[in-house]
Design a protein around this ligand. Structure first.
Ligand SMILES: [Zn+2]
Length: 91
């Protein structure tokens, strides 16, 4: 099984970052479609970090270091939210 730390990091951080973003941008859409778009955009900003074992599925604080640090993950997600909020794929 191949596991991408970056994807897990983004998936785990997204709700928290989105919650923060909503404090200043309460109109932001948080539907499943927009969340998926945010995920995809954020992941394209970050380097993937694959591991090929079940051990990789255990997410620890070290995981953020492996993908360039928590701040980088948060920055990528925040950027992605702004992009999607400006141009949601639906009405
Ligand atoms: Zn939406």
């Amino acid at each position: 099984m191949v596991f991408n730390y970056t994807e897990d990091a983004v998936r785990r951080m997204l709700p928290e970052v989105l919650k923060d973003y909503l404090k200043t941008h309460p109109q932001t859409c948080t539907c499943d479609l927009c969340r998926d778009d945010i995920m995809a955009l954020a992941l394209n900003q970050l380097p993937p970090h694959y591991v090929a074992s079940e051990e990789g599925t255990i997410f620890t604080s070290v995981s953020f270091e492996r993908v360039g640090g928590k701040a980088q993950v948060v920055a990528a997600i925040t950027w992605a939210i702004a992009q999607v909020a400006q141009k949601p794929r639906h009405k």
